[in-house]
Design a protein around this ligand. Structure first.
Ligand code: ADP
Ligand code: MG
Length: 239
C-alpha cells in the first residue's frame, strides 16, 4: 500500500491526522462536483466526515482505495460520491444498455444493500443515473424487469447477482467503478469465493474501492487480487 496518511501528517501536529486539523472541511473544498454538493446540501450535509476528507481526493482522482474505518464513520458517502461523480455525465446523449451497469456496489446483506441504495440513489439521480438493488430471498421478477429496462448502477448482494449473471440478465463488461463494502463481513458469511468470481468478470482497468474493518479471513487476498496501486486510508487506529 501507499500510506498517504504518513505523508499528509508531516504538516499536522504530532499525533493528529489531517482531518482532525481541518474540522470544517466542506464537500466543495474537497473537489466534489457542484451537482453533488447541492444534492448533499439538500440532505443537510455540507461538512465532510474524517474518512470522507481523507479518501475523497484519491477516490475522485480515480485511484483504487482500501478504506478501514469503524461503523458509523461515513463510509457510504465516501464511496457513493466518487461513484456518482465518475459516472455522471456518461449518459449525456448516450443510451442506457439493458443489464450492463457502469457502476457496481457489492454488499453482504439485503439490509445493507438497501441502505446503500438509499444514499446512492439521490446522488446518482443528480446526473440522471438510475440505481437498482439486487438481493436474494425474494422473487427475481422485479429485479429482472428493472435490469432489462436499463441500469446505470447496481447495488447487489453477491449470491443473487451471480444467479442473475448466470441467467444472462447482468453483464459486468461495462463496469468502470466497483465498490466492495464490508468485505470482512462478506468473508465471515463465506462470500469471498462468489465475490471473487464476480470481480473477475469486471474489467481489470476499472477503479476499485474496498472497505473493511479487518484484512482477516482472506480479505487480504482479495485486496492483492483486485486493487491496483491502491491507497490505504485508515481512520480506525483505536481497534
Ligand atoms: P459506515 O458505513 O461507515 O458505518 P454510514 O455511511 O452508514 O457509516 O454513516 C453513518 C451515519 O452518518 C449515517 O446516518 C449518515 O447519514 C451520517 N453521515 C455520513 N456522512 C455525513 C456527513 N458528512 N455529514 C452528516 N452526516 C453524515
Ligand atoms: Mg457502512
Amino acid at each position: 500500500f501507499r500510506l498517504s496518511r504518513s505523508v499528509r501528517d508531516a504538516d499536522a501536529p504530532k499525533g493528529t491526522t489531517l482531518s482532525e486539523t481541518l474540522p470544517e472541511t466542506t464537500f466543495a473544498d474537497l473537489g466534489v462536483p457542484a451537482a453533488l454538493v447541492s444534492a448533499l446540501a439538500a440532505d443537510g450535509k455540507t461538512l465532510a466526515f474524517p474518512i470522507q476528507v481523507d479518501t475523497l481526493p484519491d477516490t475522485l482522482g480515480g485511484r483504487d482505495v482500501l478504506g478501514r474505518g469503524k461503523t458509523g464513520s461515513g463510509k457510504t458517502l465516501a464511496f457513493s460520491i466518487p461513484m456518482a461523480a465518475r459516472l455522471g455525465g456518461k449518459l449525456a446523449g448516450g443510451k442506457r444498455r439493458p443489464g450492463r451497469p457502469l457502476g457496481l456496489v457489492l454488499a453482504p446483506t439485503r439490509e445493507l444493500a438497501t441502505q446503500i441504495s438509499a444514499v446512492l440513489t439521490p446522488l446518482a439521480a443528480a446526473y440522471g443515473l438510475n440505481t437498482t438493488t439486487i438481493f436474494g430471498g425474494v422473487n427475481q421478477t422485479r429485479q429482472v424487469t428493472a435490469l432489462k429496462a436499463g441500469v446505470d448502477i447496481v447495488v447487489a448482494c453477491p449470491g443473487r447477482l451471480e444467479d442473475l449473471m448466470k441467467q444472462g440478465f447482468v453483464n459486468l463488461d461495462a463496469v468502470e467503478i466497483t465498490v466492495l463494502d464490508e468485505a470482512d463481513h462478506m468473508a465471515d458469511l463465506g462470500f469471498l469465493p462468489v465475490v471473487t468470481r464476480i470481480l473477475d468478470k469486471t474489467p481489470s482497468n476499472g477503479q476499485r474501492l474496498l472497505f473493511s474493518a479487518t484484512l482477516d479471513n482472506g480479505v487480504d487476498k482479495l485486496v492483492k487480487r483486485f486493487l491496483h496501486n491502491e491507497v490505504l486510508h485508515s481512520v480506525d487506529e483505536a481497534t
